[in-house]
Design a protein around this ligand. Structure first.
Ligand code: ADP
Ligand code: MG
Length: 688
């Protein structure tokens, strides 16, 4: 057996209780241990002479204990254990509090390293409760850049350092290098054993940076390769469809009820040209909420149908799918085209579903709109030519690939309102072309955004009433459905009842939440759309894509619970018609970072700025929606910072899969390793 796969129990000093604690950190095997990377490092290379130590700093000192500890009780009954440490330049007091065992920590003659903050106590420079280590020759806790790990209860830094050190000794530089030497040279990658050793116990800064670069590269490389394989487009030369209805589509554009914006024109051109090429399109349309992506999707579908193929569009919710279905049918009416469209969702009646499936299979139905229900094996197309996914960050890579596999290398169009950072899109899609709709249709007014405390609610509700009386409508979003005792959050249900009884008893209020039956949801959305309901109280199900131009007020309760991107999505539900719209963020949070975040929302409507800020704020631990994308989270890669490494890795993936430069035997070795790694990634993804 490979030593890496062995249980950590094989190491000295791990019993079943330690093993249990480690398994809480996800560490079971030697491999896990070696890949449990430090969270940060402390530079303990510098030892300060005691004479140079001053109060109020952080120092590492090395000295000898000459006398036994002095143990005393403070007036308040605290147990104080005091040692004096001497080096050749002076002496220093070290104090431990309330530790019965402290007096036996050191005996006269011990040489010890202490690291800690200094202060002035009784006019003497003192270290209180410092880290300490008796000096042995090969120290892993001192005289070096020292790693610090994420811990769990009952596990100390020293213990985990010791275990990782032991694991390094156990494997003794025998980790297999999968990247061939010339490949490593080309991409400036350090060797694997060097890297693993140095990420834990760096020789110096340079070695640490080399190790980090290598391991970051490797991390993103596996994932990119995996995505590449999953997409199944590693043979980019594979023939796609040449769609031929460019001119017809251009003529139809003139019949639309409005003039396309310049940005829409440009993106449409990019899409149509791409579709007319013999290779398969793989394109992302990125456009802020309300920028008018749907009509582009519609025109792409027309191009597809007019060229003799079927097209499909998948949306993340039934409400959204139904809305697309309606929109597309009304566009078809307007341009007077007789093309059959079907809506496929999970709530279709069985008999009707069978009927529709048959019509799709025999090619009578040309355009299919739907939800995840489209992925069902029973749904087969006659000749699928175009696959569109809307608000794609809701879909996993596998789901898109599944839909794609229902045709023969069909063109792919992905639409997203959340700007995906270039770094993430490189990981997720590799060779994806991006079209940006960076202009809103004319006459859109900026959504005025305010941030208030709940004490201002009465005024707010009067403001809402005024607008309702003018014929407008409002959304109120709350984070939870049911009342929760633990969190003082506004629950949608309670809230709705409350409003019905008091402030808004003369108005119609509808409640929508995720677990509701679809027919109920649809009924309420329909009532809202047709103006029979004035206010919708909802959870975040409302977030995605809904288009009711008459709704002009968006109120978000407990706004601190939402991330910037999510707030922006929610806000995008209003400001869709010609009326001035408003978004009111309510929060009583005292946290400065929350307040800053919400204030940021009041200052900009720019989805790109907001997405950028969102990524910065979330930092490296909680990468933008990688979980949503069905990806394991990165341990090392920081999407907001590691652009260069991600790009380099993308090049490497291209090299590998297009086999341009890598020799055959090297390729096979790497591919075998990748397969193992993919198996692991798949498990992680399944667990997410
Ligand atoms: P999103 O990009 O968020 O999906 P939609 O496609 O739903 O946006 O479009 C939002 C609204 O803008 C729709 O009501 C649509 O009819 C309208 N719209 C789209 N393009 C234009 C345009 N060029 N001029 C005027 N209105 C437009
Ligand atoms: Mg949309």
């Amino acid at each position: 057996m490979n030593r890496l796969d062995e249980s950590i129990m094989i190491l000295k000093g791990i019993g079943s209780s330690k093993a249990k604690k480690l398994s809480k950190l996800g560490i079971k095997t030697i491999r896990d241990l070696l890949h449990y990377y430090p969270k940060r490092y402390k530079d303990k290379r510098v030892i300060t002479n005691i004479k140079d130590v001053f109060p109020g700093g952080y120092f590492n000192i090395k000295g000898t204990i000459r006398d036994k500890a002095e143990v005393m009780k403070s007036r308040k009954g605290m147990l104080i254990t005091k040692f004096i440490v001497y080096d050749s330049t002076g002496a220093l007091v070290v104090i431990f509090y309330n530790n019965r065992f402290a007096k036996d920590l050191f005996k006269p003659g011990d040489t010890v390293i202490f690291s800690g903050k200094t202060s002035l106590i009784n006019n003497k420079i003192t270290m209180e409760c410092p880290e300490y280590e008796k000096v042995v020759s090969n120290s892993i806790n001192n005289f070096r850049i020292v790693p610090e790990y994420g811990l769990t209860e009952g596990l100390s830094q020293k213990e985990i350092r010791k275990l990782i050190y032991a694991a390094l000794e156990y494997t003794d530089n025998t980790l297999e290098e999968i990247f061939p030497a010339d490949f490593r040279k080309e991409f400036k990658l350090a060797e694997i054993n060097f890297s693993i050793r140095n990420i834990h116990f760096p020789e110096d800064e340079k070695s640490l940076n080399m190790a980090l670069r290598r391991l970051k590269f490797q991390e993103v490389f596996f994932l990119q390769s995996y995505m590449f394989k999953l997409r199944g487009n590693y043979n980019a030369e594979e023939k796609g469809i040449e769609f031929k209805a460019y001119n017809e589509v251009k003529d139809l554009v003139k019949k639309l009820p409005y003039k396309l914006t310049r940005a829409q024109e440009r993106v449409l051109e990019e899409v149509l040209l791409d579709m007319s090429r013999p290779t398969a399109m793989n394109r992302l349309i990125q456009g802020d909420v309300g920028s008018g992506k749907t009509v582009i999707a519609f025109l792409a579908l027309i191009n597809c149908v007019k060229s003799g193929y079927q097209g499909v569009m998948m949306a993340p919710t039934e409400i959204l799918a139904a809305q697309h279905f309606d929109t597309i049918k009304s566009y078809l009416d307007i341009i007077k085209e007789n093309i059959s469209v079907a809506l496929v969702t999970g709530s279709l009646k069985m008999s009707y579903r069978k009927e529709i499936q048959e019509e799709i299979r025999n090619g009578n139905i040309k355009i299919v709109i739907g939800t995840h229900a489209l992925l069902s094996d029973e749904l087969e197309f006659n000749n699928l030519g175009l696959v569109i996914t809307d608000e794609q960050h809701r879909f996993g890579v596998r789901q898109r690939a599944m839909l794609k596999s229902k045709g023969l290398n069909p063109d792919m169009l992905v639409m997203s309102a959340t700007p995906i950072p270039r770094t993430l899109s490189l990981v997720l899609y590799g060779d994806l072309d991006i079209s940006v709709i960076d202009e809103l249709p004319p006459n859109r007014k900026k959504i005025e955004t305010y941030f208030i405390g709940s004490d201002k609610k009465e005024r707010l509700f009067n403001f809402v009433k005024k607008h309702l009386d003018e014929g407008r409508q409002a959304y109120i979003v709350c984070p939870l459905v049911e009342e929760s005792e633990k969190l003082e959050l506004i629950s949608a249900k309670e809230y709705c009842e409350e409003l019905k009884k008091s402030y808004f008893k003369d108005y119609n209020i509808g409640l929508i939440y995720g677990k509701m039956k679809n027919e109920e949801k649809e009924k309420i959305m329909d009532d809202f759309y047709n103006g029979r309901i004035h206010i919708i109280v909802s959870t975040t199900v409302i977030e995605v894509g809904i288009n009711v131009p008459n709704a002009t007020i968006m109120i978000i309760e407990n706004a601190e619970r939402f991330g910037l991107a999510q707030l922006h999505q929610l806000r995008g539900r209003v400001g869709r018609g010609n009326y001035q719209s408003y978004c009111i963020l309510i929060s009583d949070s005292d946290s400065k970072s929350v307040k800053d975040r919400l204030k940021f929302m009041t200052k900009t409507n720019d989805g790109f700025l907001i997405a950028k800020k969102d990524l910065e704020l979330r930092g490296s631990g909680e990468i933008l929606g990688t979980k949503q994308h069905g990806m394991p989270e990165f341990k090392l890669i920081d999407l907001s910072k590691d652009h260069d490494i991600i790009k380099a890795s993308k090049e490497a993936v291209d090299l590998l899969f297009k086999k341009k430069k890598i020799k055959e035997h090297q390729y096979h070795k790497m591919e075998k390793y990748l397969d193992d790694e993919f198996a692991r990634i798949t498990v992680e993804i399944a667990l997410n």
